[in-house]
Design a protein around this ligand. Structure first.
Ligand code: HEM
Ligand SMILES: *[C@@H]1O[C@H](CO)[C@@H](O)[C@H](O)[C@H]1NC(C)=O
Ligand SMILES: *[C@@H]1O[C@H](CO)[C@@H](O)[C@H](O)[C@H]1NC(C)=O
Ligand SMILES: *[C@@H]1O[C@H](CO)[C@@H](O)[C@H](O)[C@H]1NC(C)=O
Ligand SMILES: *[C@@H]1O[C@H](CO)[C@@H](O)[C@H](O)[C@H]1NC(C)=O
Ligand SMILES: *[C@@H]1O[C@H](CO)[C@@H](O)[C@H](O)[C@H]1NC(C)=O
Ligand SMILES: *[C@@H]1O[C@H](CO)[C@@H](O)[C@H](O)[C@H]1NC(C)=O
Ligand SMILES: *[C@@H]1O[C@H](CO)[C@@H](O)[C@H](O)[C@H]1NC(C)=O
Ligand SMILES: *[C@@H]1O[C@H](CO)[C@@H](O)[C@H](O)[C@H]1NC(C)=O
Length: 542
């Protein structure tokens, strides 16, 4: 019985795996942040909205990060025009924070938080989209599918964010330009205004007498469950107990929610009030469309779901005695009951590799050991297993597969990354223990990278580092990623007769403290390119 269930699960996961995502993928960092929400290898985004009521950075009273992130995304998207195909979710909001229509520091505090997740493979716009998906889910709302591939604007968009003093015709026209009809406008506003509220400091013509010592910004919530993504915004509107300052506020001019909610004679709001599940599912669809409203030239990826099996910080290095050491982690995700109840310490996770000639051998395997610190996911159960294995340098490695099971009574599941195994090259390797950054010359430090490159494959025609740093953009907290290439110089021998040592020193550039720095080590040998991708910035001081 338990067996049959496991087989079914495996089949559906492998179907997902082949159609969607192969490792390494272009959005691995986003997939990590999507999948792991706490504990070991925490993706880090959910921590900012945990619990749903929490303030930005945990100390700004009367503020709610989850609501602010949702508002940021809407205001960013609201620059879209169905007529020009320009605007949409493109992080142009970074350049628009000084506008009256984006009043408040929430835009900048949100972007500051998101900045930590910007990288070569994660645009600010993708991080904004992901932040909404995680915040909404963590507040009890719908599961919104995540697609990546948004491209950040390098300048501001038009001033088209709706404001509360505008009339219904203006709002209808604004939403139409953004691609939403009247029913959808009502839905999107209700789905937005189910968490958070209005701050008196920013909207004194809408909220009065709300500022108190514990509520220094004078926050008044939209409904009686501001930290739950539920239909109370609708039930309270329909039963006449609404406290929404934009619906029943003292100033009729700014009661835009009242005009919008009643725009179809309350039909949509009545349907929301009757059925929380209907509300939730409508919000899921509308917010998905909101997040996927992007410039017409942008092509979004397939839906990204947690990979069932994924390497984490897995690397190969050359040790001082000439052997290769494979170290890092394997992540296992599942959303079944069996996954939920599994005991990591009793799980079997075996990594088997192929050598550099693509040959298997029964001796080419290592067993991964459960990491004792647990991890969490909003979408299921996730666990990490540590790899630490010697690999004979002569035979090397080219790929691996993972065979695993939730318990030792079960047939192993074979995970081969969509068919051809997880690629893992032994040609261009970082020498992390020799690489360093100068401490003395901050804020413009010099990074020295040492690498080893295989020398038994013919002449190395080209070897270099592609270093992606984050550059400040005037007028926005969001940074821009710039990749610079630095040629690696041949130094001499290494601890292994099979590898030569290379190095390069380069100015690391202004340190913005925002964004993730990564670099690739690339070697071209006999017309083929071998790369060690997305190594983290060197932080060991020289
Ligand atoms: C006619 C359309 C809209 C108008 C006039 C409007 C207006 C406002 C105003 C005045 C606030 C108070 C902001 C503050 O004090 O910090 C607010 C908050 C908010 N809005 Fe809207 N809004 C509209 C549509 C939307 C949409 C479509 C969404 C998202 C789907 C949304 C999401 C939010 C959220 C989450 C908050 C709470 C922010 C917080 O608590 O800090 N709004 N809105
Ligand atoms: C808006 O579009 C939806 C379909 O996406 C449709 O069900 C609804 O009736 C439309 N509303 C109006 C007012 O046209
Ligand atoms: C109501 O809001 C409008 C538009 O913001 C403003 O012009 C007016 O002064 C406000 N009325 C009061 C009584 O605050
Ligand atoms: C819509 O609901 C509001 C709030 O309950 C109510 O005041 C208003 O009369 C309703 N409008 C229509 C057309 O039913
Ligand atoms: C070589 O170094 C590795 C890593 O430090 C170590 O695990 C291994 O035992 C060493 N092998 C020999 C033969 O000393
Ligand atoms: C597997 O590896 C062992 C030890 O290195 C070697 O003796 C054997 O020939 C290999 N088998 C195959 C099939 O390559
Ligand atoms: C947000 O930050 C940017 C960049 O530092 C700055 O230019 C802008 O004035 C800030 N906006 C607000 C409202 O503080
Ligand atoms: C390189 O070769 C020299 C001379 O044989 C030796 O002294 C040195 O230790 C070697 N370097 C490494 C990294 O093994
Ligand atoms: C590369 O390493 C050699 C040998 O350790 C050293 O002399 C040289 O200064 C290094 N070059 C750079 C650019 O760091």
């Amino acid at each position: 019985m338990g067996m049959a269930k496991a087989v079914l699960l495996v089949t559906s996961l492998s179907v997902l795996g082949t159609s969607a995502y192969i490792w390494p993928g272009p959005y691995d960092l986003l997939e990590d942040a999507y999948t792991v929400s706490g504990g070991f290898a925490d993706g880090g985004i959910v921590a900012g909205v945990q619990p749903c009521s929490v303030s930005p950075f945990g100390f700004l009273p009367g503020r709610q990060a989850a609501a602010e992130w949702l508002r940021v995304a809407y205001h960013d998207m609201a620059t879209y025009s169905t007529e020009t195909g320009l605007g949409g979710l493109d992080a142009s909001i970074g350049f628009e924070t000084d506008r009256a229509q984006n009043i408040g520091t929430a835009m900048n505090t949100s972007l500051l938080f998101f900045g930590a997740f910007q990288s070569k493979t994660s645009s600010m716009a993708d991080v904004i989209a992901l932040s909404v998906i995680l915040a909404v889910k963590n507040c009890g709302g719908p599961s919104i599918p995540f697609r990546a591939g948004r491209i950040d604007a390098e300048t501001s968009g038009p001033e088209t964010v709706p404001e509360p003093q505008q009339d219904l015709a203006s709002h209808t026209a604004s939403f139409a330009l953004q691609g939403f009809n009247v029913t959808e406008m009502i839905g999107l506003v209700a789905c937005g205004h189910t968490i958070g509220g209005v701050h008196q400091v920013d909207f004194p013509e809408t909220v009065q007498n709300a500022i108190t010592p514990p509520n220094p910004e004078g926050m008044v919530h939209f409904d009686n469950s501001f930290d739950s993504f539920d239909n109370h915004i609708a039930t309270q509107w329909i039963d006449g107990t609404s406290t929404d300052p934009l619906a029943v506020g003292f100033n009729g001019t700014t009661n835009s929610d009242a005009r919008i909610f009643a725009a179809d004679g309350n039909a949509t709001m009545r349907a929301f009030a009757r059925d929380n599940e209907y509300f939730t599912s409508q919000c899921g669809g509308l917010l998905e469309r909101m997040l996927n409203t992007v410039p017409s030239t942008v092509q979004l990826s397939e839906v990204i779901e947690p990979l069932p099996v994924k390497p984490h910080q897995l690397m190969l290095s050359l040790s001082s005695n000439g052997s290769l050491v494979m170290s890092g982690y394997i992540r296992i995700f599942g959303d079944s009951d069996e996954a939920a109840s599994a005991n990591a310490a009793a799980m079997l996770v075996k990594l088997s590799w192929k050598d550099r000639n693509d040959q298997s051998n029964t001796s080419y395997f290592t067993s991964a050991v459960a990491v004792s610190e647990p991890s969490s996911s909003l979408w299921g159960s996730v666990r990490f297993f540590q790899i630490n294995s010697l690999i004979d340098a002569q035979s090397g490695i080219s790929s691996f597969v993972i065979d695993w099971a939730f318990n030792n009574q079960e047939t192993l599941t074979h995970s081969d990354n969509g068919g051809s195994g997880f690629p893992f090259q032994d040609v261009a390797l970082l020498q992390a223990d020799k690489s360093c950054i100068t401490p003395s010359s901050r804020p413009n430090p010099t990074t020295t990278v040492f690498a080893v490159i295989r020398m038994d494959m013919g002449p190395v025609s080209s070897a270099y580092i592609d270093y992606t740093s984050n550059v400040i953009q005037q007028g926005s907290i969001a940074v821009k990623q710039v990749t610079s290439r630095f040629p690696l110089a041949h130094v001499g021998n290494s601890s292994s007769p099979l590898y030569d040592t290379y190095n390069v020193s380069f100015p690391t550039g202004e340190n913005t403290n925002i964004g993730v720095i990564t670099f690739d080590i690339v070697a071209v040998i006999a017309g083929k390119t071998y790369a060690s991708l997305n190594n983290p910035a060197i932080i060991t001081e020289c």
